[in-house]
Design a protein around this ligand. Structure first.
Ligand SMILES: NC(=O)c1ccc[n+]([C@@H]2O[C@H](COP(=O)([O-])OP(=O)(O)OC[C@H]3O[C@@H](n4cnc5c(N)ncnc54)[C@H](OP(=O)(O)O)[C@@H]3O)[C@@H](O)[C@H]2O)c1
Length: 342
């Protein structure tokens, strides 16, 4: 609950709903969603957010928050970052919870990508509860990876690598430890802790024997992504197989790998290399976002980050948009979206 009793506008309530949504986990099959319930004068009555698959949706959490404190939300407006759901999944439809609670109006920032099969806004409207789309850029940004995955029907793919200034991801002898410094590596561990799965090819498992765990700030994260090994060569005995939270996909078709992971409810995947696997995903047009950690070092020899992508002329270069530059110690992270996304 906000400490400020002053009335707020729907836009301010949406800012707060986005902040609440960001408290939820970025990984998992469900999006991060936040909800604020206002009374007829704009005073905040209740707040809620989704804490991950199988737990209450944000609207239900906000209604429960009000009930716990003996507050009546009838006649209130629910301000939600995502269109309320109209389907029964692990939990019941939010449109029913809002109707039963006596909510009079709904404002939502992002339309449900599954609305082709019946959007919650129409269901609410049919019950005399106006549900209005109020676009909000931070809510869209927060939901970007999940929305893209739902629209494409495959995991959102982040291609991540560390390279030298001359684009080498290993030295001529195959050594890749360490191209970047501790700040860059720590950042990459933070990203791992926010996704559902990490994939490498058998070449990387055999060359580096990586743990593929999320250890931001040197500590094992509570959430560990599924470790995925792509390829046919036996890698048993490597650290990736230390427990059952790992999967082998033998196909060389990245689409098969993504379909396998989608069936396991993987919605976000980091492909960490090496160059063979990264190139295969880029060539197939299956990379949504790139994370390039670039060190101020030169090697002059060794594998390049990407092999031939079949691009023959500058006009056809794969270019990023929504580009970000983040200094990390002596290195820099260049991140960008590659697909049009949403
Ligand atoms: N700097 C970095 O960020 C970074 C990250 C990772 C690795 N590396 C370095 O990269 C080097 C390893 O590179 P790499 O290219 O051998 O590793 P890789 O891409 O991890 O593995 C390549 C192997 O994956 C299998 N594979 C899976 N999908 C494939 C596909 N679509 N097309 C072709 N093969 C596929 C093949 O093995 P099968 O024959 O078994 O099917 C292939 O030989 C090492 O020196 C490592 O240190 C650097």
């Amino acid at each position: 609950m906000s400490d400020d009793p002053a009335p707020v506008t729907v836009a301010q309530a949406m800012d707060r709903a986005v902040a609440l949504a960001s408290l939820g986990p970025a990984y998992g099959p469900n999006p991060r969603v936040g909800c604020v319930i206002l009374d007829a004068h704009g005073a905040v009555l209740a707040e809620g957010w989704h804490r991950g698959a199988g737990t209450a949706h944000a609207e239900v959490a906000a209604i429960a928050d009000a009930a716990d404190r003996g507050i009546d939300v009838r006649g209130g407006t629910a301000v939600v970052t995502l269109e309320p759901c109209a389907h029964t999944g692990r939990t019941g439809p939010c449109v029913d919870a809002l109707t039963e609670a006596g909510i009079a109006a709904v404002s939502y920032a992002v339309a449900d990508p599954g609305r082709a099969s019946g959007g919650g806004a129409e269901v609410l409207a049919s019950r005399g509860i106006p549900a209005t789309l109020a676009p909000h850029s931070a809510a869209t940004a927060l939901t970007h990876r999940w929305l893209t995955a739902m629209r494409l029907g495959r995991p959102y793919v982040i291609a991540k690598w560390a390279s030298t200034l001359d684009g080498r991801m290993a030295a001529a002898d195959g050594s890749a430890f360490w191209i970047t410094g501790p700040e860059a590596r720590d950042h990459a561990h933070g990203v791992r802790a926010e996704v559902d799965a990490i994939a490498v090819g058998t070449g990387t498992v055999l060359a580096d024997d990586p743990q593929l765990s999320a250890r931001p700030a040197g500590t094992e994260a509570e959430h560990q992504p599924l470790r995925v090994v792509l390829g046919r060569t036996a890698t048993l005995g490597s650290k990736v197989w230390r427990d059952e939270h790992a999967l082998a996909v033998e196909s060389h078709d990245p689409r098969v790998a993504l379909a396998t992971l989608w069936a396991l409810e993987v919605r976000t995947l980091v492909v960490e290399g090496g160059h063979t696997v990264l190139s295969a995903f880029l060539r197939s047009g299956l990379v949504d976002e790139i994370h390039a950690y670039i060190a101020p070092a030169l090697l002059g020899a060794g594998p390049s980050v990407v092999e031939d992508l079949g691009i023959g002329t500058m006009a056809d270069a794969l270019r990023g948009h929504h580009v970000n530059f983040q200094p990390l110690g002596a290195d820099i992270l260049v991140s960008a979206h590659l697909s049009r996304g949403i």
